[in-house]
Ligand binder design. Structure first.
Ligand code: EPZ
Length: 420
């Protein structure tokens, strides 16, 4: 298994270009199931989860033609099978996103339950309930969802009992081809949904209109036309590199993202003392000499502080002057990075879903273990400013969602090597 060797502390300076967003790419790739015509998707990040989703589409009977130069694929429908196997869905929970489109387009599907992961049980009850309200019936047998909609899906007015990114995506995909009008309320409004997925489908002839902050109207259409779409930049990768600059008194220019999309994170980075300039599609950040603490920081659904940056900000606040508290309110077990940060010298205690970070820690290089995608990013961030060498094991977690991360880090001054 690959691991990273990082020798700190590192002087961070330079610029990086963001990759395409993993979390925008996954629902857009699932949406290609709705098409009869070929679809071209550009700017896909070359990461494991995208590979897995492309393998899943191939297993469903689509052809996938890759163009490595511009990270694009052309997806064409061949002989459709409506069976999504456990072997593919277990490693990438977003596999559940093929359920809505398969039932909407082919009126049946057998998809594996995604199974949990380290950050939580990751149930799909909200996905199943909203699809049921659109006319899907299903039963669960031996870890698989046997679903069908004999008379096709019918539009409906549905309010989500709680905000769910994946369930919102599944519902929009299903409603796109459902008969009649669907109104979805209390939706997740991450830019990957409200901007990228919506634009992609509307370009292909769908009729999706956001009629309120968290309400969307979808008028079902008979078919979608061929379309070419370039995926938006990855805002979590952007936030991760902002933290790299903030923790290391570094200076970075991060290109490819409209800064308005991460205004909450920018406010927080200014609060800890970073100097930030924003251009149309770039962010210029200078880390502070002294990092200020944040008394209380809670993860929330977009446009609140994202849970996917919680671990990285925790590493940053370990170096702040004073005590900070982070409350994780989205997932039930997303503090796997705490034990590893403590191996570097962090002083953190956990009470239920709150982490109390003492601050003013001096990190000393150590051997570390990755546990999930964003926890591993936090370990990289911390190792960059730790004194001496760190080894980060099981970085396949990182490879799931960060494209060429060691190449990007090396380019801005990190002394990092991938050891296989
Ligand atoms: C998406 O996961 C992202 N993944 C996650 O990013 C992100 O952390 C999460 O949204 C929250 O922003 C992708 O986009 C591929 P949810 P998702 O449904 O859709 C509970 C990363 O690091 N819930 O909004 O699974 C759920 O257990 C990944 O890139 C139910 O109870 O998140 C969680 O506690 C990690 N029943 C909460 O809702 C359901 O049917 C939010 O989950 C669905 C969700």
């Amino acid at each position: 298994m690959d691991r990273f060797f990082i020798n700190g502390p590192c002087k961070i300076k330079g610029s990086i270009k963001l990759s395409g967003s993993k979390n925008a790419s996954l629902p857009i790739l699932a949406a290609t199931i709705l098409f009869d015509e070929p679809v071209e998707i550009k700017n896909l990040p070359n990461v494991k989860d995208i590979e897995t989703m492309l393998d899943l589409l191939k297993s469903l009977g689509f052809s996938v033609k890759k163009n490595k130069i511009n990270n694009s694929v052309i997806i064409k429908k061949k002989k459709i099978k409506t069976f999504a196997s456990y072997s593919l869905v277990k490693t990438m929970r977003a596999g559940i996103l093929v359920l809505g489109p398969l039932v909407a387009k082919y009126r049946k599907a057998i998809t594996s339950l995604p199974g949990g992961c380290l950050i939580g049980a990751r149930p799909v009850n909200i996905h199943l309930n909203v699809l049921k309200k659109l006319g899907m019936s299903h039963q669960i047998k031996k870890g698989y969802i046997y679903a069908n909609a004999k008379k096709g899906l019918k539009g409906s007015i549905i309010k989500f009992p709680q905000i769910s990114v994946g369930a919102t995506e599944n519902a929009i995909l299903a409603a796109t081809l459902a008969e009649g009008k669907t109104i979805l309320k209390n939706c997740a409004i991450e830019p990957e949904i409200k901007i990228d997925l919506t634009n992609f489908l509307n370009k292909a002839g769908a009729k999706i209109k956001w009629i309120g902050k968290r309400s969307v109207q979808v008028e079902g259409v008979k078919k979608l036309n061929r379309v070419i779409h370039s995926v938006m930049a990855d805002r979590i990768e952007c936030g991760t590199f902002c933290v790299v600059a903030a923790i290391s008194k570094g200076e970075l220019k991060i290109n490819g993202l409209n800064p308005k999309i991460i205004s909450t994170e920018i406010k927080l980075l200014k609060k800890i003392g970073a100097k930030i300039k924003t251009l149309d599609q770039s962010i210029i950040i200078k880390g502070p000499n002294k990092i200020k603490n944040i008394k209380f920081l809670q993860t929330k659904e977009y446009d609140g502080f994202p849970t996917d940056l919680q671990a990285q900000f925790m590493a940053l606040l370990c170096k702040a002057d004073g005590r900070s508290v982070i409350c994780e309110s989205i997932f039930e077990n997303r503090f796997m990075h705490v034990a590893e940060l403590k191996r570097l010298g962090a002083k953190i205690s956990i009470i239920k879903n709150k982490a109390i970070i003492k601050g003013n820690s001096n990190f000393e290089g150590a051997e570390l273990m990755s546990s999930d995608l964003r926890a591993s990013a936090a370990l990289v961030v911390a190792a960059i400013v730790a004194k001496g060498s760190s080894v980060i094991n099981r970085i396949y977690h990182l490879d799931r969602g960060y494209e060429n991360i060691e190449i990007k880090l090396k380019k801005i001054g990190v002394n990092i090597k991938r050891l296989s």
